[in-house]
Design a protein around this ligand. Sequence first.
Ligand code: DP6
Length: 348
Amino acid sequence: MLRNELTKADIVARYLPKKLIAVDQAEAFAPSNIALCKYWGKRQNELNLPVNSSLSVSLAHLGSHTQIRPATSGEDQVILNGQVLTADTPFAAKVISFVNLFRGQQNYPLIVDTRNNIPTAAGLASSASGFAALTLALNQYFQLALPDTVLSAFARMGSGSASRSVFTGFVEWRMGQQEDGMDSHAFPLDVSWPDLRVGLVKVSSAQKAVDSRAGMKRTVETSGLYQSWPAQAARDLETIHQALIDDDFSQLGATAEHNAMSMHATMIASWPPLLYWQAESVAAMQRVWALREAGVEVYFTMDAGPNLKLLFKAKDQLLLETEFPDLEVVAPFAEDSKTNLASESVNA
Ligand code: DP6
């Protein structure tokens, strides 16, 4: 952190009452999300302020459920998928330091109990949904009644992509320009595509050697190609916006795929090189391209890992399930996932 730089704690403190009053327990859900125009690179590390704006689609019911309740033992406890973690586990340490932003010096020992229903086989990151669900649950637990955009900015301080997981459907995260980052938050777009399907192709669920945070830092610092990224991302965001307005699936899919490949090009040109692909990733890309040649409208996107996420329409689901036998298919606009989560999360 640079001297005089605002800290996360300074910013959160502005939105809190002097004395926190907790309810008995609180629970919230937040979905995982897949970026169609990626966030890659930070202009400021402490607050996770991005170099570019991004746009994603949330994965409906796939995400994180987080419950917060008082720790009667007086000691904080972090539970992940039913397992009590020791305080030095990286996940537990991140959760506790995020909770500390809210409770400051006040004595509120807590149990934070998180369950991810993202199939581990899908190899999806859970930090986006995890930090979003934790932010929503803290808002409930301490009765903060903060606006959605503030919750999104807070979630962003946990993990950039978590800013988008506070909402369902298509979500845009504007990079913002304020020094305190409070204009760098996501908001939901008023578009619904009930026919859209996202297919998760599992290549590997092994822990990645270089996580997104370290990967984007290395890219910004060492990749000669990174210079071209902000302008490419800005163009892609515009094109995807237009595709949403025009109801143009081909334009959306093609732009998302091109955006992901451009991001990966900047990674590959880093030093040491960052190549998240495995041989099976390339084989899956080639299968997608062959299907497109044959007239099937399917596109892919990829994040900082070897797995592909396919974009296609409901009418092609059967065919794609045949082509990719382990495909996990999500309908982002399924009837039961339309509500805005920030106002939906409830006291348990
Ligand atoms: C490739 O949000 O995980 O998935 O802000 O450092 O926690 P931090 O990074 P993170 O990065 C996500 C990168 C990405 C693209 C995206 O989701 O937009």
